[in-house]
Design a binder for this molecule. Structure first.
Ligand code: PLP
Length: 363
């Protein structure tokens, strides 16, 4: 067997056809920046997530930077960031001239809920990251942030389509940031991202910043940049959104199989809450002290896995910082992501399960 961790060439034929047709249509219309596809994309996401403003941009990292800039966060300010996340979360903070202050996560990789201990007189915001697709407890987080007078920027890059108490990931904070990087549950055929906000003033500011500070052509009011989405990506995403719910069901069905097969195995810890609506089943991350051995074993059997992520941010050269990051560090040492995507075949899922059982039970 050869089961890649994720192989996007496996996108189903019917979707490939619809994408080709949409590309042909965009070519025909001849609008490659802005236009109707981008407008439709904004509307569809707003309606799906029930978000007042859904502002597409070039990628998820830009979305974070735009959010920070729109909230006037910069030099001299501190922003609380979890020690375990994709690098963009801290990168954006540094790019605007502010300082990321790292805090440990819980054992699932979510900002530990005593993060308010990191608040100082310089703290302006906290960035909860819904890592692997699992949402933090947002009522608790937003109440604490309000109490300390902090902005909340949700990094919902991995959590598109997760809902807590009926409210979508990314719509709880002052700004929510999404990524449509191709490997995401809702991914483009290239790069794209989005800022969600429920505040009209912030929406205006974000739109200004991502389009050279122009409210209208040739009128530049602030120093902005170009972080517009490509129309072709918006068009592809409009098509890909049609299949999202079905694909989500496929992911959750595989998760169910994994959870049933692996429950009770000694030395193997499974993700929690992954079948809930507050988790979009982006990644299935198991934890074991034998992680590297298991990864090599599966590799040998033709099963691709991944590590999200092998190093915590405060250990990386550009972000080096001291502190107690024990849970985040354990996750970097023991976490392993198993294949979880709508393109996996029944016999592949069964083979993955069989091999993992072989490793733990019979080996
Ligand atoms: C948690 C997290 N934050 C931010 C990003 C940045 O998104 P992008 O790759 O679209 O810049 C990603 C995705 O790559 C991510 O997983």
């Amino acid at each position: 067997m050869n089961i890649p961790f994720l192989d996007l060439s496996r996108i189903e034929e019917s979707l490939k056809e619809r994408l080709k047709n949409r590309f042909a249509k965009v070519l025909e219309v001849g609008v490659f920046s802005g236009g109707k596809e981008v407008e439709q994309f904004e509307k569809s996401v707003s309606s799906f997530l029930n978000s007042a403003f859904s502002i597409p941009c070039a990628n998820g990292t830009d979305a974070l930077e735009l959010a920070l800039r729109a909230l006037n966060i910069g030099s001299g300010d501190e922003v609380i960031v979890p020690a375990m996340t994709w690098v963009s979360t801290a990168e954006a903070v540094v790019l605007v001239g502010a300082k990321p202050v790292f805090w440990d996560t819980d054992t699932a990789g979510l900002l530990r809920n005593d993060w308010e201990k990191a608040v100082t007189s310089k703290t302006k915001a906290v960035i909860p990251v819904h890592l692997y697709g699992k949402m933090l407890e947002m009522v608790d987080l937003t109440e604490k942030a309000k109490f300390s007078g902090l902005f909340v920027i949700e990094d919902a890059a991995q959590a598109f389509g997760a809902f807590q108490n009926g409210r979508a990931a990314g719509t709880w904070g002052d700004v929510g940031c999404l990524s449509f990087y191709p490997t995401k549950n809702f991914g483009a055929l290239g790069e794209a991202g989005m800022c969600l906000t429920q505040d009209a003033n912030l929406a205006t500011q974000i739109r200004l910043l991502l389009n050279h500070g122009q409210p209208i052509r040739d009128q530049h009011e602030v120093v902005g940049r170009n972080s517009r989405i490509d129309s072709i990506q918006a068009a592809f995403l409009n098509v890909i959104l049609e299949d999202l719910q079905v694909n989500q069901q496929k992911r959750k069905a595989i998760v169910k199989q994994y959870l049933e097969a692996f429950s009770g195995i000694e030395g193997l810890r499974l993700p929690t809450g992954i079948l809930d609506s507050a988790h979009n089943a982006h990644l299935f991350v198991i934890k074991t002290e034998r992680r590297d051995e298991l990864k090599a074993f599966l590799e040998e059997k033709g099963i691709g896995t991944a590590i999200h992520y092998p190093m915590i941010l405060p250990d990386m050269l550009p972000y080096r910082s001291e502190g107690d990051f024990a849970n985040a560090r354990r996750l970097a040492e023991t976490g392993l992501s198993l294949p979880l995507n709508p393109y996996l075949k029944k016999e592949e899922v069964e083979f993955i399960i069989e091999m993992i059982l072989n490793f733990f039970v019979r080996w």
